[in-house]
Write a protein that binds this ligand. Structure first.
Ligand code: S3P
Ligand code: PEP
Length: 438
């Protein structure tokens, strides 16, 4: 086996010599870009995506759709602006091969699309993708009429034997391990013969804002969706079959990727402005305004964007992050530098993310001298004086950015494989040093 030198390389995390004062333009949202690509591919007319995120996860999504026949072209938007993808829907075909990498959105959102293709679509990915749960999508697709060849583990690799159409109809799914099971079934459902009725049967359902994002984006392209929030039964979503419109959509900045920059203001007692912060959004990162305020900062939405300022005092927090699990690594990093303990709850499902994030955060912060313990569903973090050392990232973009936040306050922290940030934020090292004025 050859070792990719990027995976073992150490990046000396910059130490902040003073308060950060910067404006950071954060690239587009992964979750919005990948939903928009799927919906545009399933539409009945071409559409545009402006300012799409170009990162490993979104390029894999685009490549997977292209493999099934969809046209995705670099282009200029209808108003002449650049940075646009033009998506040209087509009859979906197999045989095709899809590399999901370690992208939850690709491994879960594309099998339902593949069920509409007219031949076999093979799905494979990084070794970690074999361990991430997919049973909710596989079992549900079978109930809805799809044929799938897999090894019975409820995970990748697998082949969806597309037949050109899918019956659809009612299906129950336990989505307690990932909200993406629900989103995946809803996104393609307008193209199922009978649409879909998804009933979540598990005890908990993480990441509700991401399900709301799915529903909002479906409605924005003309789908009819009934939800618990629109007067339907609890834990039941219904999508009516029908044609989808091709739209001209501008992708919002990725607010979860804004997190390390906001955290930089918090831990250095500085100010960071994030332009184009949306006034209304379904992105879970919007909760940072409240969480980082409770931890010591203050923020204001102005015409410049989100202006976030802090004094340098960082407070611990007791918070349920079940709805916003992807914010956990960044919050844990700040909590390790706080003036009081923190308890992060509601995130047991993070053990099945890019890596086991609860174990990885505990080990890496403790190896720098911290005092973190895992609970059944989260972390207890008691701040200690930290020292330098290697912060391992386990191929997890959010571990790398969490380590960089700690490095601002602790000298001689080295991030192993900072290149893993390419999953959702390829420009991270440059944006980070740019923020620090280097
Ligand atoms: O649908 C989405 O875009 C996402 C849903 C969440 O997944 P889980 O519900 O599996 O945590 C989130 O953590 C992930 O980063 C993106
Ligand atoms: C959990 C995450 O990603 P994925 O879409 O691969 O599930 C994440 O980005 O934090």
């Amino acid at each position: 086996m050859t070792v990719n030198p990027a995976h073992t390389a150490l990046w000396p995390a910059p130490h902040a010599s003073g308060a950060v004062d910067a404006t950071v333009h954060v690239p587009g949202s992964k979750s919005v870009t990948n939903r928009a690509l799927v919906l545009a591919a399933l539409a009945s007319e071409p559409g545009w995506l402006r300012r799409p995120l170009r990162s490993r996860d979104t390029l894999l999504m685009a490549a997977g759709l292209r493999a099934m026949g969809v046209g995705i072209e670099e282009g200029v938007g209808p108003d002449g602006s650049g940075e646009t993808w033009r998506v040209i829907p087509a009859a979906l075909h197999g045989p095709a091969t899809v590399d999901v990498g370690n992208a939850g959105t690709v491994m879960r959102f594309l099998p339902p699309v593949a069920a509409l293709a007219d031949g076999p679509v093979r799905f494979d990915g990084d070794p970690r993708s074999y361990e991430r749960p997919l049973h909710g999508v596989i079992d549900a697709l079978r109930v809805l009429g799809a044929r799938i060849d897999d090894d019975g583990r409820g995970a990748l690799p697998l082949t969806v034997l597309g037949s050109g159409a899918l019956d659809g109809g009612p299906v129950s799914v336990d989505a307690s391990s990932s909200s993406q099971f629900v989103s995946a079934l809803l996104l393609s459902a307008p193209r199922f013969n009978q649409g879909v009725e998804v009933r979540h049967t598990g005890s908990t359902l993480p990441s509700m804002p991401h399900i709301r994002m799915t529903v909002d984006m479906l409605r924005a392209v003309g789908a009819q969706v009934d939800t618990p929030e629109s007067g339907g039964e609890p834990d039941v979503w219904r999508v009516t079959p029908g044609a989808l419109l091709g739209r001209d959509l501008t992708v919002e900045p990725d607010l979860s990727n804004a997190q390390p920059f906001l955290a930089a203001a918090l831990v250095t007692g500085g100010t960071v402005v994030i332009p184009d912060w949306p006034a209304r959004t379904t992105q879970p990162g919007d909760r940072l305004r409240e969480i980082f305020t409770e931890m010591g900062g203050s923020c204001e939405l102005t015409e410049r964007g989100l202006e976030f300022t802090a004094s340098g005092a960082i407070h611990g927090i007791d918070v349920d992050l079940g709805e916003v699990g992807e914010l956990t690594p960044g919050i844990a990093a700040v909590a390790a530098l706080a003036d009081s303990p923190s308890t992060l709850r509601g995130v047991a499902h993070l053990r099945l993310h890019e890596t086991d994030r609860l174990a990885a955060l505990t080990k890496e912060i403790n190896e720098l001298g911290g005092d973190v313990t895992e609970t059944a569903d989260g972390l207890h973090i008691r701040p200690r004086r930290l020292h330098g050392g290697v912060f391992h990232t386990y191929d997890d973009h959010r571990m790398a950015t969490a380590g960089a936040v700690i490095g601002l306050a602790v000298e001689d922290v080295q991030i192993e494989n900072v290149a893993t940030t390419a999953k959702t934020l390829p420009d991270f090292p440059d944006l980070w040093t740019g923020m620090l004025g280097n």
